[in-house]
Every structure is written in C-alpha cells, then in structure tokens.
Write a protein that binds this ligand. Structure first.
Ligand code: MIC
Ligand code: SF4
Length: 642
C-alpha cells in the first residue's frame, strides 16, 4: 500500500510510537521558529531546561508581533530574545525583517523537513512541502533541546485541485472555499494534503496562503507536494540545493477526499465573526466599507502586493476608506520599491506599515466604531481588530484593493484582463537583518538582557488527590484563544508578565472573571465545542493556571490549546454526553473524588455537582505520557522527574 506525503515525512521522522491513526507519536523536529509574543515564555522555559545549545538543524527567533513599542516592554523583550538567541545557537530575525512565516518560507523552509513554531500559522511552511506544526512555546523549547514533538497520528484528507483559477480569483478564495465546505472544526485531527493537476498552477506563496489558513480549519497541518514550482522558487531564493522532490505515492490511501475545481471558484469573503462564515462577494453585495488592510502572514507576498499595486495604480483610495498595507517581509518591501510598485501604492494613498503582523493582531489600525473592515488576514474573531463592534471580512488582496478604490465591497472580476504574475528570476536576497548565534565557545560570555517586565512564569504543582472547586465561568461554542487571553496593543506588551496579563483573561466574555477566580483560589471553567480554537498562545493556559483554574470541562477542544493545558497540568475534560453541558451552571460546586488515582489508572471520571445533586460523566483522553504530565503538574515537572 502506498503512502501519502504526510505519512512519508512522518515515517522518516518518527522516534516514538507507531504510525497507527489516533495514537500518539513522537517526531524528530528539524527546525523551530518562535515569534516575540510567544517567544519570551518559550525561551524562559528553554532556560529552565538547562540546555546550552539548541540541537536542531535550524532554530530562528523572529520579532514581528510586538513592534509598536508604546512603552519599554516590547523593546526589552526584543533585547531579551536577541541575547538569549545569541547564547543558545538560535538565529535572530530583527524587528523590521518581516513576519516569521513569510521570512521562513523565503529563507529557511525546506521540503521534507519538520518544523514546529510557537505560532498557530506555522503550517504556512506546508506550502514548500514541510510538515510544519503550530504548538505551544514549551513544545518548541523541548524540540530545541532535542526532544520529540508529540501529536496524534492524524488522518490524511486529500484535497484534489483540478483546473486553473480564473483572473482575479486567488489562493485566498481556494482556502475560503475549503473553510466554507469543512468549517472551523472540519480539520481537527487531520492533515490536509493537496494534490491534483491544479497544484502546478499555484506558486509557492499561493500554496502557503492555503496551508496558512489550514489553521482556521483546526487542522493538525496542511501540505503541498514539492515539485518543479517549488524548485523554481528555491532557485530564485538562491537555495536550489534545498530542493527535493516529494509527492504522495499513486496508490496512497486517504481518509477523506474533497474535490475543488479551481476554474469554478469566484471571489469569496468570510463574514463577521468567523473564518468559516463564507459567502461569495456577489452574494454579500456592495456594502459600504470603512477600512481595508492588506498584509499578514496569509497574504503579504510579492505576488499579492503586486496585484494590489496593479489595481491601485493611477487611482485614489476612496475618500471614506482608510487603506493600510503591511508587506510580509523586507524582501517583499524592497522588491516593491525597486520595481516602482511601492510608489503606485503610495500615490494611491495607501498607508504603508512596517513589515510585521500589525493590525492582524490588533497592534494599531483598529477600525472605527461598528466599522466595516476588509482584511486579507486569516482571523476575524470578534474584537480581535481592537474595536469591539468592528465588522471584519476576510478577503483576497484583489478584492481588498478593488474595494478600497470603490468604497464598497467589490468583486474584482470587472477589472478586465489580469496581467500575468511572473516570478522574478532572483528575489532580492539580503539576510543582514538575521543575526547569527555566537559560536559555542563564545556563547558563555553572552549576557542575557532582561527588562523589569519579564517575570517568571507559573509552574503547576502535582495533581491533587481530589478537586473540589466552583465553576467560575461558563462559555459557549467556538471560544477562541482571543477570548481566553486577548491580544492587541494594550495587552500584548504584557506577554512576559503573567500576573499582569492575567488581569485581562476572558475580558471579552466577563471582565470580572480574573478577580473572581483569584478570590476563589481554585476554580473550574465550563465550555462548549471547539474550545480554545485559534492561536497557539500558551498564555491562554498560563493565565488560567495563575488564576487557579484546575480543570476545563467542555464538549470538545482545539488541538494546540488542549496540548497547552496538558503541558501546564490543567485537566482537559470532555463531557461524555454533550447535553450535560446544559446541566452545569456558573457558581455550581463541583467535586472530583480521587482524581489523582482515577487519572493514574485511566478509570472512568465522574464529576459530582454538589449544587445540583447530580453526577456527570466526563472523559480525559490522554496517552500514558499525557497522564504523566497531568499527574506531575505539567511538562517541565514531568521532564524533571525523568
Ligand atoms: C495570532 O495570529 O493569533 C498569533 C498572535 O499569531 C498567535 C500567537 C500569539 O498569540 O502570540 C497564533 O496564531 O498562534
Ligand atoms: Fe502575525 Fe496575524 Fe500571522 Fe498571527 S495571523 S502570525 S498575528 S500575521
């Protein structure tokens, strides 16, 4: 029986377990990446492990999220990350060099390699044929130390692309169509593997747009084959030697199949407030818009910005619209300048931002009250833009640019013939903003620079014999990590300071939660389906840990967040009968008797609701290793105990 591409890469990297679907496997990790908003914690955790030099083939620390520097905090974090990177063998991509996923694709991604990153959009690397996963910072720290990365052996879904995209329809519309078909829960436990004749019509950055937003499907990751298109991209990046051909076997067996005829796709948009709330631009109609943002790790490649520049050339941004553009990397920015397209954007009235995440994570450019904002980004969760009642639509760069001129949501289809995009023979290569680590001999002398905002992270204690605590919060379905631990210009600077950032935990749902939870000392949170979808931020586990949350009971979890809870020793419990969700209320006193023994011996778990006088069966599906982590009070304790 032939193998899928995913299985081939897993086979060459598996160091623990067997390739049996649904069981836990450990993978050797070749490359890691961090970004600054999750990086400070990841490096503090790496330090706590006491490893001198990273054991990976390449580890890169990017600064791209917190670049506003509205106070000393961000700049201090940058210096901390820069110095600790230098000491431990990590390459340091300085602020201004670009968004981690875009830069990594351009300069470091290699077909057939494994990559984990402390950012949920790390699967962007799947566009170049890597098996790339988003994870918590602690998992990255372990991988840097040479430890395996554990996942559940995924199902592999074939996404068969046929035909060719029509003019003005783009990769963003492909992934929006997949989201429309499968929903934000549709990828859980699965790898999306793209195949078919249509693959060769898509460039590497277009493929990366698609694998990037596989995160929004909840997928373990997404991957494209490595073919002649990949080879040409690597050649233009001066890295042809990094290329290897990779495809699935002809007789590979998949667990599911989705067929997409590229030639039948039309411009799409994800309406507020979920990436799977997808309709055609035509169906939504010419709604009046207030803001357009082009950029983010999804759509900020040279190809994306050149298309936007073509549409904007010789035009003026509509008087009622603010257009902001953030190139994905310095390479993109520079090439836009060299070919004159940057001037077309400036002439049209675009507000050019630095190469960073910027508005995507609420670092500036919040829309006006109730403002309608079209964004080429990947997430439109409520409040994420920085404006609570902002209405964010996710669209392609073509739709974004056409709409910025018209002042209303506009199908770019009416723009005539689209000029073909020809990839440059050679991209503008300049790695001078990536600082090399010190040699192992020099490393000892490197001083790690810590600012006053960098506080130690909380470490859990071993699981108690019994848990007796009240429900301090009950939330609904599809709660995102942006609900649990919001980001944005005011809160992101606190990422290195858990006591401070915890004051904003669940602020979107209930501002009184942090003080109530702290006062209670220990408590339990109840949630619906797909709890913790979205980002990889470990802070969505660390802040509840600091506030005394002992367990989350919900209908189902998103993958990365569940792992972050286990890594930090918080019990992830799921209702055996989803309808029991309705029987528990906020304020109920819950008891889990002998929970330590129950977890240790994998027995059935019963939660007693003392307030209601009822018993509710829940489950906690963990591998032996996972149980060990919960018993020890998290991964660090577990590793220390040997
Ligand atoms: C995001 O897009 O939500 C982020 C900010 O990149 C996060 C990481 C973080 O919270 O720092 C992610 O996607 O993992
Ligand atoms: Fe940055 Fe946005 Fe991408 Fe997250 S999704 S890495 S915030 S650009």
């Amino acid at each position: 029986m032939g193998l899928t591409l995913t299985e081939k890469i897993i086979k060459s990297h598996i160091v623990d377990g067997e390739m049996k679907k649904g069981t836990e496997i450990g993978l050797k990790i070749d490359q890691t990446l961090t970004q600054d908003a999750t990086g400070t914690m990841a490096y503090l955790q790496f330090e706590a492990m006491g490893v001198d030099q990273v054991k990976t083939e390449r580890s890169v620390a990017y600064i791209d999220h917190n670049t506003l520097q509205s106070g000393f905090e961000n700049a201090d974090d940058h210096r901390f990350i820069g110095s600790i990177a230098k000491k431990h063998g990590i390459w340091f991509s300085r602020p201004g060099n670009g968004i981690c996923h875009q830069v990594h694709l351009e300069r470091y991604g290699k077909p057939g390699r494994t990559l984990i990153g402390s950012d949920s959009h790390t699967p962007t690397g799947g566009g170049i044929g890597m098996l790339a996963f988003g994870s918590g910072g602690l998992d990255v720290a372990v991988a840097m130390g040479g430890g395996a990365y554990y996942i559940t052996m995924p199902q592999v879904v074939k996404i068969n692309l046929t035909g060719k995209l029509n003019d003005w329809v783009s990769a963003k519309d492909v992934i929006l169509r997949v989201l429309q078909l499968l929903s934000v829960k549709g990828g859980v436990g699965k790898v999306m593997e793209y195949t078919g004749d249509g693959v060769k019509t898509l460039s590497v950055p277009e493929r990366a747009t698609i694998t990037n937003m596989g995160a929004e499907l909840g997928a373990t990751t997404s991957i494209f084959p490595s073919d002649e298109v990949t080879k040409a991209f690597l050649r233009s990046q001066g890295r042809e030697e990094d290329w290897t051909e990779l495809t699935a076997d002809d007789d590979a067996v998949y667990d599911g199949e989705v067929n997409i005829d590229l030639s039948r796709l039309v411009p799409l948009a994800a309406c507020p407030h979920s990436p799977d709330n997808v309709r055609t631009v035509e169906e939504i109609g010419n709604i009046k818009i207030d803001q357009v943002c082009i950029g983010s790790c999804t759509n900020s490649s040279l190809q994306d910005l050149l298309k936007a520049a073509h549409i904007l050339k010789g035009k003026t941004v509509h008087p009622d619209v603010s257009l902001a553009i953030a190139p994905g990397s310095r390479q993109v920015y520079n090439m836009m300048a060299q070919c004159g397209a940057l001037s077309d954007l400036i002439d049209a009235g675009a507000r050019i931002l630095e190469c960073a995440c910027g508005p995507c994570i609420g670092m500036g450019q919040a829309p006006n009250s109730k403002g309608i904002s079209l964004r080429t980004f990947n997430r439109n969760f409520e409040g994420r833009s920085g404006t609570k009642d902002g209405q964010v639509y996710l669209v392609s760069p073509e739709t974004a640019a056409a709409s910025a001129v018209a002042g209303v949501l506009t199908d770019p289809g009416g723009l005539g013939k689209m000029p073909p995009y020809v990839m440059p023979e050679r991209f503008c290569i300049n790695d001078n903003m990536v600082v090399a680590p010190a040699s192992p001999e020099e490393a000892e002398k490197v001083e790690v620079l810590r600012g006053p905002n960098i506080k130690p992270f909380p470490i859990n204690t071993p699981l108690a014999e019994n848990i007796e605590a009240a429900v301090t919060l009950k939330v609904g379905d599809n709660i995102t990590t942006d609900h649990i631990m919001p980001a944005g210009a005011k809160i992101l600077p606190l990422r290195s300071n858990i006591p401070e950032i915890s004051k904003h935990c669940f602020a979107v749902c209930d501002e009184t939660f942090p003080s109530r939870a702290l006062e209670a000392g220990k408590s339990i949170v109840v949630g619906g389906a797909n709890y913790g979808q979205g980002s990889s931020r470990e802070h969505a586990a660390l802040a509840p840990l600091y506030l005394g949350v002992k367990a989350i009971i919900c209908k189902s979890f998103a993958r990365i967040h569940r792992q972050n809870l286990v890594n930090n020793g918080i019990l992830p419990l799921e209702f055996v009968n989803g309808s029991d969700y309705d029987r528990i209320d906020c304020g109920d006193e819950l008891v889990m008797e002998n929970i330590r023994d129950v977890i240790e011996h994998n027995k059935d778990i019963v939660v007693k609701d003392k307030t209601k006088g009822i018993e509710i069966p829940v489950k906690c599906e963990l591998s032996e290793r996972g149980r060990g982590m919960i018993l020890a009070g998290g991964l660090l304790n577990f590793t220390k105990n040997g």
